[in-house]
Write a protein that binds this ligand. Sequence first.
Ligand code: C2E
Ligand code: MG
Ligand code: MG
Ligand code: MG
Length: 286
Amino acid sequence: KQRGGAGVVDFEPWMVERVMEHHRLRGDLETAVRDESLTIYLQPVVDLHTRQWEGFEALVRWPVGAETWSPAQFLPVAEESGLIVPMGAWVLRESLRQLAGWRDEQMGMAVNVSAQQLVGTDFFDITMEALQESGIAPGRLTLEITEQAAIQDLGRTASRLDLLRSEGVHVAIDDFGTGFSSLQYLSRLPVDILKIDRKFVWGLGQQAEDDVLVRSMLGLAAELGLEVIAEGVETRRQAELLLEYGCRLAQGFLFSPPRPIEELRVSDPFVSPAPAMPRIPFPRRA
Ligand code: C2E
Ligand code: MG
Ligand code: MG
Ligand code: MG
């Protein structure tokens, strides 16, 4: 059409290649999900006061040959093909299974959930089964939902989350501040935790707007009785400012990148010095 008229455009070799590539990727991912050959990296959620770990976030990875692929490389295909649904169910089961094997029984697990999973009719059952199977108390599980996912079907999302919360499961809004109309539907969504997107954490102490925004988000969360987790903390300065602004929990490369659980076992700060204060279960109910 772009060439004008009704001329027929032949497929160019690169077009065919692109389609084949996409097709292959989808097939390979389907196999990986079925064979459970995806893996999970865990990133600790750290108490900024004590530096103790309160929980983990589960982040899916795909080992491809010698490489380990990040979600950016395959989540779009997973979403488009619907594979995100069985993949997500596996992430829930596997991350809770891993949590059950962790020495500290207070530790929490946060799992990212996409809109497709959330609106699926069996999402409640899948979640409860994963909890029962692992023996993890519902209060130790947090489901992370992005603003974008939540607003796609606000009514259904809210009722699904309500049901899970009535069982004790916690809900976090992920990448908070990056969507729009945040404030309006925040009041309509049953949530416990706001995760401040790393975009805002990045400029702390350097870009005055970011300090203002982060402080406003902390103020808002306090008003609403929500817990806050700052994402993407990379520098001591950012951590210090977050503490100063009243943020208790954080994740980021400063503390630990996402890693396989075996690697985390070696560096768990909980094993070395005994914690100075009683540990607050993650996440703390407002
Ligand atoms: P997210 O849930 O907001 O996860 C945080 C991302 O920030 C992770 O990227 C993590 O590796 C990265 N990160 C952590 N600390 C730092 C830091 O200090 N600096 C920087 N620059 N980055 C940091 P990752 O693992 O590539 O995941 C990207 C996104 O993919 C996640 O964002 C989440 O939305 C999605 N995702 C990951 N696993 C799953 C899953 O199992 N299911 C679904 N539906 N989505 C997932
Ligand atoms: Mg997340
Ligand atoms: Mg996030
Ligand atoms: Mg993010």
